[in-house]
Write a protein of this length. Structure first.
Length: 310
């Protein structure tokens, strides 16, 4: 019968197919047919706080499903796994952190840096103030030391002046006394002798002061025996050495005593009394007057003969 199907031939033909596995290829789906769009009423848009216009979740899901069905790129197994439920979620936390301001840690670090800078500036200002205070103290100390030095120098000069004034006043008063008692040899002798052991010294001094213009006993603590009061000898300190009329003479002891007088500090003239020294011993004593650095000497031989006076 023409046009009828022979199922027996189909079964035999199927037995002749090779047994090797047949490699299947993915079926190619036909391109989707475009469906006519029906105009519908505009959907209301929902505004969200972030700005812009957003669709509702159900409407967005319908749009995504429709787009996937129409696009050939998302056919079969090549379609990506997209979960429409994630489309309206808020950004990830890391993006939120970028949008937000600096963290508390950063703010604390910035504040610590600012505080540290402030502390450094404060410490520097304190150091500057301390240095200025030290300089001011040094200036005050220098001025005080200068004033103190000036005060000490003035005090020393006043002390020296006070020390010289009593001696000057003493010499003036002694000169006035000598002028009143001049010519009264006995009275002058008593005054110059003072004590009994100074009798020989006083006898020579009474004869000498008539020639040089007066003598006065030295003040306590001074070296020598007498001080000249007038003329070119004013202020000279004289030191007497000799023997009395009835006193035993020993050459060695006298020579040593004479050397001590010639070298004694604070002496201007040595008054060597040879009137009662044996004539044979005098040359040995006169030779000592040439000792280096010895004081100048006046030699008293008698009331009428005194060597060395100008």
């Amino acid at each position: 019968m023409t046009g009828s199907l022979n199922f027996s031939n189909l079964s035999s033909a199927a037995a002749l197919r090779p047994t090797a596995p047949v490699q299947r290829t993915a079926p190619v789906s036909p391109p989707p047919q475009e469906t006519p769009k029906t105009e519908s009423a505009p959907r209301p848009e929902t505004a969200k706080p972030g700005g812009g216009v957003h669709l509702a979740a159900e409407e967005m899901e319908a749009h995504v499903t429709e787009a996937l069905e129409k696009s050939p790129a998302f056919a079969d197994d090549q379609a990506p796994l997209i979960d429409p439920s994630h489309l309206d979620e808020m950004p990830e936390p890391e993006f939120e952190a970028e949008l937000e301001g600096p963290s508390e840690t950063e703010e604390s670090e910035d504040s610590e840096e600012i505080e540290a800078e402030g502390e450094v500036e404060e410490a520097e200002s304190k150091e500057i103030e301390a240095e200025e205070a030290e300089e001011a103290e040094e200036t005050e100390e220098d001025s005080e030391s200068g004033e103190k030095g000036e005060g000490e120098s003035e005090q020393e000069s006043q002390t020296d002046h006070a020390q010289t004034d009593p001696l000057k006043r003493y010499l003036e008063s002694e000169l006035e006394r000598y002028q009143r008692e001049k010519g009264q040899q006995a009275q002058r002798f008593v005054y110059l002798a003072g004590q009994a052991e100074r009798s020989r010294k006083a006898q020579v001094a009474a004869v000498l002061e008539a020639k040089i213009g007066g003598l006065a006993p030295v003040l306590p603590g001074m070296a020598g025996d007498f001080i000249a009061l007038s003329g070119g000898y004013t202020g000279l300190i004289l030191d007497h050495i000799g023997v009395a009329q009835n006193q035993a003479f020993q050459l060695a002891a006298f020579k040593q005593a004479l050397l001590n007088h010639l070298k004694a500090p604070g002496i201007d003239r040595v008054l060597l009394d040879l009137e009662y020294v044996p004539a044979l011993q005098r040359p040995a004593l006169l030779a000592l007057l040439k000792t280096p650095n010895a004081h100048p000497c006046w030699v008293y031989l008698s009331a009428s003969q005194i060597q060395g006076l100008g």
